[in-house]
Design a protein. Structure first.
Length: 503
């Protein structure tokens, strides 16, 4: 089993229940389902309108796919170029093979500054490695500055959405969290705080302002890294990211190695598709770019810049010809907002910082499929294909889901921690394997298949309405297909391919 950590420190993969159990508990929470339904329907309707404004959306989508695929094929070359460019601009590059190494590097860099507090830009990569918890163990307090991340942190909660981490909370719950917890983290909530959005936003603004002004160290991720110049890019809607990127003297950015693009020109594609797919905006209100450091105490930007390039299972994923397309992901979350499974189960059921359809294919590749939760994630889908239709980089999520289901049931060759291994089938799929092998044998023996079809047709009135044993879980929510009165082959022979019946 891979040692890769992908967030959710409260529930590591070995302890988190399988998706069916977690989802069963979630769908019984009416408040949660109401919050999710309202939010996802609102976001996807706005996204559809924003995308419809672009006449060449299909071409942009294809361009994004090709840029990402080209970069992944030549990732080694572009990473070296990026390191050279960042170094030439005055930055310092660190390489982290896994979460533990990344956390050690960041903790060491913060300690070198003598500070015990840091402010953070919203970052999936730092959530993935559990950075906040690792820093706290070293006596360093990390403060989230994104509004939704602040809500999650104050509520001692876990993110449940890529774009809107607090999507499972309503305004009343947020008001109660602010009233109860803000004082323990800094400036308390104003007296008489209500649940109106303007008051909640103002309470967060006042609470965060004092942290921005005294912070000496900022931590971020990045949406993109430009290899040719060493430039990092963060897009956001609130302005907190701009504060974290420009005010602190030291900036530490933790970024997955797949976030690289070769040239500035490539950004043109993604700066059109990402905002429309995520926040349904034509462009993000704040698009921050920085290259290296500033040599002036009065200028905006960090005087010291560190870039931590994170692998944490990405190289293993890259080795999979089918699964590697998950690394195209630009974290827009459009697939979550159209997924009927996510809408009902919510993000916590996925047991990873990456929920929804993209999480169902990314987490099992980063962590492996040997834990109960990771073996169940490829099945957390109806295979309706809505996720593929909205993906701005054309990740064929249903294809990867089926690919990973085969890996779970059959095992087989894979790459884990840089080594080629042969995975054993996951537990609990013996009946499925037996059924598939029986089907394979039948389809390769026409005589036996014909006999079985005739027998099924002649005994169809005796067939049960539900399957026995392990098949009961399948037929409990589905109608068994009716068996025809005669097999297709017999009908074809009897009617001469339908010609006699047509007369």
């Amino acid at each position: 089993m891979s040692g890769t950590f992908v967030g959710m420190p409260v529930f590591p993969p070995s302890a988190h229940p399988a998706f069916p159990k977690a989802a069963h508990d979630a769908v019984n929470d009416r408040t949660l389902r109401g919050n999710l339904r309202h939010a996802t329907h609102t976001i996807r309707a706005k996204r559809a309108k924003a995308v419809a404004e672009v006449s060449d959306w299909a071409a942009l989508r294809e361009a994004g796919k090709r840029i990402k695929d080209h970069t992944l094929r030549h990732l080694d070359r572009y990473l070296v170029q990026l390191e050279e460019s960042v170094t030439a601009a005055g930055g310092i590059v660190h390489w982290a093979a896994d979460a533990d190494e990344a956390n050690r590097i960041v903790a060491h860099l913060v300690k070198m500054t003598g500070e015990s507090e840091v402010v953070k830009v919203k970052s999936m990569a730092t959530q993935e490695i559990g950075l906040n918890e690792a820093l706290l163990e070293e006596g360093i307090h990390a403060y989230e500055t994104d509004l939704a991340e602040l809500i999650v942190q104050l509520g001692k909660d876990r993110p449940s959405h890529i774009l809107v981490p607090a999507i499972h909370r309503n305004r009343g719950e947020i008001r109660d969290i602010f009233r109860a917890e803000m004082g323990e983290w800094g400036r308390p909530a104003p007296d008489g705080l209500t649940d109106t959005p303007a008051e909640l936003a103002e309470a967060a603004r006042l609470h965060l302002r004092e942290k921005f002004l005294r912070a000496k160290v900022g931590i971020s991720g990045a949406n993109f890294m430009v290899a040719e110049t060493g430039t990092l890019v963060v897009v956001e809607s609130e302005g907190n990211g701009r504060m974290c990127l420009t005010l602190p003297e030291t900036l530490i950015s933790v970024v997955g190695i797949e976030k690289i693009v070769p040239t500035w020109r490539d950004l043109e594609v993604f700066l059109q598709t990402l905002p429309r797919s995520s926040t349904a905006e034509r462009m993000n209100p704040y698009t921050s770019t920085w290259t290296g450091t500033t040599d002036s105490e009065t200028a905006d930007g960090p005087q010291t810049f560190h870039l931590v390039l994170l692998d944490n299972g990405r190289t293993d994923t890259l080795a999979d010809e089918v699964g590697r397309q998950a690394l195209r992901c630009i974290r827009c979350s459009a697939c979550l907002n159209v997924c009927p499974v996510y809408e009902r189960a919510g993000g916590h059921a996925y047991g990873s910082v990456y929920p929804g359809p993209i999480g169902a294919i990314l987490s099992p590749q980063l962590r492996g499929t040997q834990s109960e939760i990771d073996a169940s994630l490829p099945y957390a889908s109806s295979l309706c294909g809505a996720c593929y239709e909205v993906c701005p980089v054309a990740i064929d999520i249903p294809e990867v889901l089926v690919h990973l289901r085969e890996r779970v049931v059959e095992g087989g060759p894979a790459t884990r921690q840089g080594n080629k291994v042969v995975l054993r089938p996951a537990k609990g799929h013996a009946a499925e394997r037996a059924a598939m092998r029986a089907a394979r044998w039948a389809f390769t023996h026409p005589g036996a298949l014909r006999t079985g079809q005739r027998l099924a047709s002649r005994t169809r009135r005796l067939h049960p309405r539900t399957l026995p044993g392990p098949g009961k879980a399948w037929s409990a929510t589905r109608d068994l297909p009716a068996v025809p009165a005669e097999p297709f082959r017999d009908w074809w022979q009897r009617t001469n391919g339908g010609k006699e019946g047509a007369k």
